[in-house]
Design a protein around this ligand. Structure first.
Ligand code: ZN
Ligand code: ZN
Length: 250
């Protein structure tokens, strides 16, 4: 018994040293300016002060920051009905965050996820506990794209969150059957058509009632709605979402 405890202790010390040494040769980079940062930090001191965190007033439905205190919903949410109950975002999708998201997505900067998860938990742990999320599900990427890029950034973020919150992450629950064109250039109607039939579920067994969907960037919610609708067909009752960045002015 004592031997086992000793062994565990040494293993922990060894793991810690491995981590410190690794950080010495491959220091973590700041998710905003991309400069190397000291061991133990997830963002540099200068950038920490200037990240565009979402502040109140925010849309009660999608979490987008609002300009007017008297407004309850953003323009987009007052115009249409979403299939999710509520969503939250961490940052506003502007200047530095646009570059950060680009590197997180295309330049293998997966380490940024730890910082995003830390802020997400600091801001929304109470909300996630209150709504009683049972599982975290990242918005899936088409297999061909995933194969090309090597990882799905939404999944990397979802896993970092799940680890900290001790919640299960189901990355294979929903999958993308169509390689859709990027939504950026499309209008509302085209976005919806583009995603028609794009997602499917692997199971028809209802294991969860409340799901937290995870994405990197939210603009008008068409993707979250499309995945949410598929989940509802198998009996999931409540859909929520959490994204890293949310677009402005929709
Ligand atoms: Zn920085
Ligand atoms: Zn909204």
């Amino acid at each position: 018994m004592r031997q086992k405890v000793e062994k565990k202790k040494w293993k922990r010390i060894f793991e810690k040293w491995k981590e410190v040494l690794f950080a010495l040769f491959f220091p973590r980079c700041c998710p905003v300016c991309d400069e190397a940062i000291p061991y133990g930090q997830k963002i540099c001191n200068a950038c920490e002060k200037k990240v565009p965190l979402i502040k109140e007033p925010a849309c009660k439905k999608c979490g987008k920051q609002l300009e007017n205190e008297r407004q309850e919903y953003c323009g987009d949410c007052s115009r249409k009905k979403h299939c999710f109950l509520q969503g939250k975002a961490i940052f506003s999708y502007q200047k530095e965050m646009k570059l950060s998201m680009y590197r997180f997505k295309y330049a293998n900067k997966r380490e940024y996820a730890d910082y995003f998860a830390e802020v997400a938990i600091w801001k929304y742990r109470d909300w996630i506990t209150r709504i009683g999320v049972e599982v975290i599900v990242p918005i899936p990427m088409f297999w061909g794209k995933m194969w090309q890029r090597g990882y799905n950034q939404a999944e990397v973020f979802a896993k970092a969150l799940g680890r900290e919150l001790e919640l299960p992450v189901e990355s294979r629950f929903v999958y993308r059957v169509k390689n859709t064109v990027p939504q950026k250039e499309l209008n509302d109607r085209q976005r919806k058509d583009n995603l028609k039939g794009a997602f499917q579920v692997r199971t028809n067994i209802v294991k969860y009632r409340k799901i937290l969907l995870i994405d990197d960037i939210y603009t008008t919610g068409t993707t979250v709605d499309a995945v949410g609708e598929v989940l509802k067909t198998i009996g999931v009752e409540e859909i929520y979402f959490l994204c890293i960045c949310i677009g402005e002015g929709y």
